[in-house]
Design a binder for this molecule. Structure first.
Ligand code: GDP
Ligand code: MG
Length: 163
């Protein structure tokens, strides 16, 4: 049984793109429209020789992501507690949104080691967003590009001590 790494974040930040890169197959649906990932997806992931079970989630996408029921349901649906580590993904180009802050606050209460990934950071477009993410209280953010495969060595280095 491999350690489990759960990918968490608000809609459209690139969770499924990251999942597909880690798993190496197009298992998760990626779309410009939020809400295409209907439920959790599991895949055997490899990152520079490190093997784990990746979990793509859509907990904040089932309904209006800003609504209280949507967020509450996510809290019970996304079984972060059973995971060995969480990758909290946000959109570094968009910066930290209120929903990012809310999910991060919730994650801090789950007791699961969390790595903050500032996605869409290719071409330094995410530099300001990366700095903003220190305020989440989840440690040092890592700038990545799930689409272009940038930052994966840093993700590896952060994951190794956790899983
Ligand atoms: P999810 O809703 O969090 O699963 O996000 P998706 O993986 O479906 O991606 C949402 C959108 O962001 C898609 O249009 C992706 O192509 C785009 N995207 C994902 N990763 C990156 C990235 O590293 N850079 C850029 N520029 N776009 C990305
Ligand atoms: Mg998705």
């Amino acid at each position: 049984k491999y350690p489990q790494v759960i990918i968490v974040g608000r809609p459209n930040v690139g969770k499924s793109t990251l999942f597909n890169r880690l798993v190496g197959k197009k298992i998760a649906l990626v779309d410009d429209q939020p809400g295409v990932t209907r439920d959790r997806r599991f895949g055997h992931a490899g990152l520079m020789g490190l093997e784990f079970e990746a979990v793509d989630t859509a907990g904040w996408e089932d309904e209006d992501p800003e609504s209280l029921p949507g967020r509450m349901r996510a809290q019970t649906e996304v079984s972060v507690k059973g995971a060995d580590a969480a990758l909290f993904v946000f959109d570094a180009r968009a910066g930290i949104t209120p929903l990012d802050e809310e999910i991060a606050r919730w994650l801090r209460g789950q007791g699961v080691p969390t790595i903050v990934l500032a996605n869409k950071a290719e071409g330094r477009a995410g530099d300001a967003g990366i700095l903003e993410a220190y305020s989440l209280g989840l440690g040092e953010p890592i700038g990545v590009s799930a689409e272009h495969g940038e930052g994966m060595a840093e993700v590896y280095a952060a994951l190794v001590p956790l899983i």
